[in-house]
Design a protein around this ligand. Structure first.
Ligand SMILES: Cc1ncc(COP(=O)(O)O)c(C=O)c1O
Length: 345
């Protein structure tokens, strides 16, 4: 049975053009700075984000960890959202490996942190307290329905942080989804932040990799942090080659993923026993709930799986489906018909 896999946009397989580029990539030892494909890719990624320099890392988790460790010394404090990926799903790495103290403030439903909450979380200079060194934002916001943070909002957080003497890191795992949804150049969304990481292996469909972007001096330090974490890679041009194709060919087509997500959401809204807030579906992530008392989210996942559709349960009654490269409008229609069949059974 052919599966329609909507568990995540990380399940994408590389495009034929990526496989071709990987095969022909010119390689060298990147720890010596000798891999021409990595060097070309990093220059192009930095330029696209409007930053001075970039660093290829293994994953989004490593991108955030490298960035946060580079900004903060042991005992420093980082302000972040209580629903952000770094706090919930990165194995506590910033504390375990960096001795960095997380100070959470509530994520609003639109993925933002209220400026008043950030302000109130800043530590006064007092021996009792850790020192606030950083605030982290996430765009798009995974657990907040894939919401896109606007450039105006980011600028306000940057302004507050810089006025109070600390830095901003942006987890931009899906920043191109935000740029496409908002109809702005991605540079607008990256403007002012001291560092950002974005992923090649999600909406951009490359097999492996994320990128940290920032100033030349920040990236030089981040390169050292990456090495410390065991992330110095040798002929990493095999990854960067796919990254170059991803940046050249995969950004504009994200629009299709958003259209498919909206199509799926509208279908779900028509099915009895399911509930969805259509206004919240802005990008490629669709969260919805089972309201039929007899059915748990996990049971629904099992039944869909048996009929060729894979999605994730993220709570007792909550589910998530993510659209991506390789999923067509026809797959979405098939998903809606399977969902209808299972809910009516
Ligand atoms: C918002 C966000 N940040 C970071 C990550 C981590 O990326 P990776 O799985 O490549 O470590 C994810 C993964 O889904 C994510 O959704």
């Amino acid at each position: 049975m052919e599966m329609i896999d909507l568990r995540s946009d990380t399940v994408t397989l590389p495009s034929p053009q990526m496989r071709e580029a990987i095969y022909h990539a010119e390689l060298g030892d990147d720890v010596f700075g000798d891999d021409p494909t990595v060097n070309r890719f990093e220059r192009s990624a930095a330029e696209r984000m409007g930053k001075e320099a970039a660093l290829l890392v293994v994953s989004g988790t490593m991108g955030n960890l490298v960035s946060i460790l580079t900004h903060c010394g042991r005992g420093a404090e980082v302000i972040l959202g209580d629903r952000c990926h770094t706090h919930l799903y990165e194995a506590g790495g910033i504390s375990a490996l960096g001795g960095i103290h997380p100070r959470t403030v509530p994520n609003q439903p639109d993925g933002t942190l209220r400026l008043e909450d950030i302000e109130a979380a800043i530590r006064p200079d007092n021996v009792h307290f850790p020192r606030t060194r950083l605030v982290c934002l996430e765009n798009t916001h995974n657990r907040c329905d894939g919401a896109a943070l606007t450039a105006e909002y980011t600028a306000r957080v940057v302004d507050l942080a810089h006025r109070r003497g600390f830095a901003v890191h942006l987890d931009g795992a899906r920043i191109f989804n935000a740029a496409v949804a908002l109809g702005v150049d991605v540079r607008e969304l990256a403007r002012g932040v001291d560092s950002l990481s974005f992923c090649l292996s999600k909406g951009l469909a490359a097999p492996v990799g994320s990128v940290v972007c920032g100033s030349k001096s920040f990236i030089a330090e981040a390169r050292r942090t990456r090495k410390m974490l065991g992330g110095g890679m040798r002929q990493a041009g095999v990854l960067a080659a796919a990254g170059i194709v991803a940046l050249e060919t995969m950004i504009d087509r994200i629009r299709e993923d958003h259209e498919n997500a909206a199509r799926l959401a509208e279908g779900i809204a028509r099915i009895g026993g399911l509930s969805i807030d259509l206004a919240r579906v802005q990008t490629n992530i669709v969260y919805f709930d089972v309201t039929a008392q007899r059915l748990k989210a996990e049971e629904l996942v099992q039944r869909l799986g048996a009929r060729g559709v894979r999605i994730l349960s993220t709570g007792p009654a909550r589910l998530r489906a993510v659209t991506h490269y390789g999923i067509t409008a026809g797959d979405i229609d098939q998903t809606i018909s399977v969902l209808t069949e299972v809910m009516n059974a």
